[in-house]
Design a protein around this ligand. Structure first.
Ligand SMILES: Nc1ncnc2c1ncn2[C@@H]1O[C@H](COP(=O)(O)OP(=O)(O)OP(=O)(O)O)[C@@H](O)[C@H]1O
Length: 758
């Protein structure tokens, strides 16, 4: 038996021995869990028996309250432990199947023997709790596995730097308790294993990469020093992957103080949320909060205005070039993304301290109770030194008082008496009970008739005033829309004024509008959030980043993006990625190696860009992208169908179209011939199979094979990045189809395709 085989046998024996120990631990914990579960069940069953309920006297009431609380606390403590145990058991079961993926042997300086460190998704100790049989991949020592090849190595610990020598670095593929692959690594870290991993088919869900994290990715994952971590990484360089493993890392390192609730990921679209949702649970961690910025904007804008989303904005830019307003709008989008624009808005907000606020008249049945003018007068009567939002609070209190006074007066009016006659009996009884409970009416002090009349008027008036009061308390009387329109008027912004006039707010106005609203109301801030992650950061404007900083004042930020995938028109420079305000506190990491696509695909895609020479493919073989020229659309459809039917070895195949409009048309033409799914901006789950998707929704996602429907449609310079983004979604195969002339954007890249005629 060769030495290698011998080693492998030894390793296999270790895996088996470990599986037994893990199973023992699972059994013990399961036993414990079922005991807790039956305890909890028993508490639930006898909950009310063990509670002393007595509410006659205040003291008794207190006793009852504490008795209930005690039982409830006991129950929730049991439920928590049970949940925690079940989670641990689940992780251990996964560990049993595949206990680790790596091993390093390390001799610390000054020591005589080496220690073997086995790395897995969680740590596991021997029965005596003396030795780590598996180290968590996030433990300090584990970082040498990612950072070094055999030779001198070092790692940071809370108590200082540890130096030494790595004498062995081994990688494993272990499935169902069997070692399927074992590689000793030299200088190129994880090449063989990475080859294996990347060669697999795409899933509907993203995978974890803990076994093969690359050195520069590890820097992203473990960065703790900077407030802002900014990653510029080429398509497929592992930005999203690094971000997710970073979340897992942070949750592990700060488990006492940080929970998944304190972390927010801003995703490009809801589909992406579903795509990445399994990574953290696979690592035994809870998912962070996920949202899209548009979702947040929508919740702040409210129902009064219809919010255009970023995708519709892009559809506009892709489809309306011939219209007269196009240039003006494009310019306005650019302007509104800038910090200079924010300064203008800030000046305007400052000026609102002296004049310019607008309020909506507060009316009751077409009678104005408080007019815009009255409210303005009241507002501007307050001391000018008091902040806008503080004065707004004062105004609100004043308005509430005024309205209460009006309400009392209103009760005596004739219309109230008239309406009172039409009240339901139930309404009356209900209101009577409430008022009585509140102790407002003492039967002795009124005769029956007086009491009834007063009560009925109160009911009628309350019905009218309740919604008014609720609105006032939410500052619903501030006319944000008019205040913002006045600002747009100063800027002579005709397009946005017209849209807002029609009840729609263009995407470029949404952040400024919400920002203005926040400043008037008092900035909303999410102070419990400690980390925010912004994926596809190139699609956010400097204005939006500045806004993020105000929204999340206690948060570190990880921004991940690729300037070359900036497919919204404002993202045309590095400054959109790095607002000035962040300078000095940030670390910038640049990733140039692309792991997603095969080498021939990367050789092609990098040449779509004007300056893609820095993009480096991971060395994985595959066939050249194909480029098929068809005489017309019918022929193109036939060719695409033929290709789709031949793609049986792939799990996910996407036809990527330029716009949503084109996607819908292609879907309609092909759906009766093959099983297809159309992805639209509202789609929230991503499944395997054949799908049609607009280019900008495919952002961040990958497919085994990608078909670009008609590349002759991409002709403008502004579409170069869109085309690049679409092509870089392909992992193993890329096919381009065209009906017309060759796109000028592909001029440099055509050398790297296999051409054919339809
Ligand atoms: N270290 C790694 N080990 C294994 N796979 C990796 C590694 N890094 C990246 N990958 C794989 O490469 C692909 C691209 O990764 P990911 O989606 O994180 O890149 P990205 O930079 O966010 O891409 P894009 O900007 O194009 O959306 C994924 O399939 C991911 O699993």
């Amino acid at each position: 038996m060769s030495e290698e085989q011998l080693e492998r046998e030894q390793e296999q024996r270790r895996v088996q021995k470990l599986a037994v120990e893990i199973q023992d631990r699972i059994d013990t914990l399961s036993h414990h869990a079922s005991k807790i579960s039956s305890d909890a069940h028993e508490i639930r069953r006898t909950f009310w028996n063990d509670v002393t309920v007595n509410v006659d006297e205040p003291d008794d009431f207190e006793e009852t309250f504490y008795s209930i609380k005690q039982q409830a606390d006991l129950l929730s403590e049991r439920e928590r432990s049970e949940k925690q145990l079940k989670k641990t058991i689940k992780t251990l079961s996964r560990l049993k199947e595949s206990p680790y993926f790596g091993r390093v042997d390390f001799i610390e300086d000054g020591e005589s023997s080496s220690e073997s460190i086995y790395l897995g998704i969680t740590s596991f100790m021997d029965k005596e709790e003396q030795n780590f049989l598996i180290y968590d991949w996030r433990a300090p020592i584990s970082s040498i596995y990612y950072d070094y090849a055999p030779g001198p190595a070092q790692y940071e610990t809370p108590s200082g730097l540890i130096k030494g020598e790595m004498t062995l670095k081994r990688q494993f593929i272990i499935k169902d308790g069997r070692i399927e692959g074992m590689f000793d690594t030299g200088v190129t870290i994880g090449d063989q294993l990475l080859q294996e991993v990347l060669g697999n088919n795409a899933n509907a869900q993203m995978k974890t990469i803990v076994a093969t994290i690359q050195k520069e990715q590890n820097q992203i994952i473990r960065n703790e020093k900077n407030k802002y971590l900014i990653v510029q990484g080429v398509a497929g360089s592992g930005k999203t992957s690094a971000a997710l493993q970073r979340v897992a890392y942070l949750l592990y390192r700060h488990r006492k103080t940080l929970s998944a609730q304190n972390i927010v990921l801003f995703s490009p679209n809801p589909l992406f949320n579903s795509y990445v949702s399994t990574v953290l649970p696979e690592l035994g961690e809870e998912n962070m909060q996920q949202t899209t910025f548009i979702e947040y904007l929508g919740s702040r804008i409210g129902r009064g205005l219809l919010l255009e989303d970023s995708f519709s904005q892009l559809e506009y830019l892709l489809n309306h070039e011939d219209t007269s307003e196009y240039k003006a709008r494009e310019e306005s989008i650019r302007l509104k993304s800038s910090l200079a624009f924010k300064e203008k808005l800030d000046d305007y907000i400052r000026a609102l301290g002296t004049e310019g606020l607008e309020f909506k008249d507060i009316s009751l049945k077409s009678e104005v109770l408080l007019s815009n003018e009255q409210m303005k007068e009241q507002f501007y009567s307050y001391e000018k030194g008091i902040s806008l939002w503080h004065r707004m609070e004062l105004l609100k209190d004043w308005a509430v008082k005024e309205l209460r006074r009006r309400k009392r007066l209103e009760r005596r009016k004739d219309w109230v008496k008239e309406e009172a006659q039409f009240l339901d009996k139930e309404d009356f009884l209900e209101a009577f009970k409430t008022l009585q409970n509140k102790g407002k009416y003492n039967e002795d002090s009124f005769n029956d008739f007086e009491l009834e009349e007063k009560l009925l008027s109160e009911i009628v008036v309350s019905r009218y005033f309740k919604p008014i009061m609720t609105k006032v308390k939410r500052l619903g009387f501030v006319d944000y829309r008019r205040i913002y329109e006045n600002f747009l008027r100063k800027m002579s912004d005709i397009y946005s004024l017209q849209k807002i006039g029609q009840g729609e707010i263009p995407y470029e106005d949404a952040t400024p509008f919400v920002y203005l609203k926040d400043k008037i109301e008092g900035t909303v801030s999410f102070s419990s959030i400690r980390h925010i992650f912004v994926d596809e950061a190139q699609d956010y404007t400097p204005f939006q980043f500045a806004y993020f900083q105000e929204l999340f004042p206690n948060s570190k930020m990880t921004l991940l993006g690729d300037i070359n995938q900036g497919i919204f028109s404002h993202s045309n420079g590095v400054e959109s990625f790095l607002p000035q305000a962040m300078e000095g506190e940030e670390e910038r990491i640049i990733l140039t190696k692309s792991y997603r696509s095969t080498r021939p695909i990367v050789e092609f895609t990098k040449r779509i860009l004007k300056d893609g020479s820095h993009i480096e493919p991971f060395n994985r073989d595959g066939s050249k992208p194909t480029y098929t020229t068809c005489a017309n659309e019918d022929e193109l459809d036939a060719k695409v169908l033929e290709l789709l039917k031949a793609q049986t070895s792939h799990k996910t195949v996407a036809i990527i179209c330029r716009t949503a409009m084109e996607s819908a048309a292609v879907y309609a033409k092909l759906k009766d011939h093959v099983e297809l799914r159309l992805i639209e901006k509202g789609t929230i789950t991503f499944e395997r199979g054949l799908l049609v998707i607009p280019s900008y929704l495919a952002k961040g996602i990958e497919f085994d094979s990608v078909i670009l429907y008609d590349v002759s449609g991409y002709s403008r310079e502004s579409e170069r990045r869109l085309l690049y983004t679409a092509c870089t979604r392909a992992m193993h195969e890329l096919h381009l189809f065209s009906t017309g002339a060759e796109s000028p954007l592909l001029k440099e890249a055509m050398e790297y395709v296999e051409k054919s005629q339809g």
